[in-house]
Design a binder for this molecule. Sequence first.
Ligand code: TRP
Length: 329
Amino acid sequence: MARVLSCIQPTGSVHLGNYLGALTSWVSGQHRNDVFHGIVDLHALTVTDKPGVIGDQTLQLAAVLFAVGLDPKVATIFVQSHIPAHSQLGWIMECTVSFGELSRMTQFKDKQSKREADFVSAGLFTYPALQAADILLYDAEEVPVGDDQKQHIEITRDIAMRFNHRFGDTFVIPKAVTPPVGARVMDLQDPSSKMSKSTESEAGCVYLLDPAESIMKKFKRAVTDSDNEVVYDREKKPGVSNLLDILSAATGTPQQKLADEYTQYGKLKSDCGEAVVALLHPIQKRYTELVSEPAQLHDMLGIGAQRAELVAKQTLQRAQDAIGMTPKK
Ligand code: TRP
């Protein structure tokens, strides 16, 4: 079994694209590999400046992860800030990466320019060092990430190799793997771009916890085209094909077969909405149960924290010993 790690930031709400594109494969992956999933609240602090928000978002995301089917006894689900070794190794990583390397991170340049006159924290700049700590602490062999995170895995490898070279073999060198392709869900209002929480219009994004009426409304208003033929062709008919992709993911019926069954956009839209409502209903029910029982939720996170801490502590110790830091006697 490979040790696999991937993490998610507790910012914004989980949407259908996250679920069908990534979380469903996290759920199936938990039985194939030894998986660790961190809810990385320390990473979210790079852009958090209001009190009382991050903790709630962390718990809500944890409830979503358990509600979609991650089992705390099978997968190690933990909150990053519960494991102090992340901050501790994070500093060591900051001292192992260079200013120049961090300056070349496209995500930093991107985020910095988007924040314009806003506060740009130093944490936003050193973020990849903390991410390297997240990965190296767990001796992760594989890190499934999208293209936007490939550069962060590359820099993690560079940091790990540099550390091993300087101080002796300490870290497993991880590699980025392409996650199993889930459905690629596009924005319902703009089917040329991926469904995302940062889109302009809320109408194009279906959130996992949206009430049924609002899901139906979003699907009924989905953008299609004017030729009124249900054909699966992502290039020429992105809107209709997106609906077929979603319906296929929700029902397990291939897109082509579905396309043959429909003659009208209206019916396709409402069936798609109903299928998504039915798909999300049990998840929403479980979510509501979990958030109404915070003690149970904390217990579930406690199981993950215990297991994560055990591994992380040992790796941190190994790194400190390799450097030759003086132990506390
Ligand atoms: N940087 C990742 C993102 O923005 C989140 C993340 C933090 C992560 N630590 C990680 C992903 C470790 C994979 C492994 O999506």
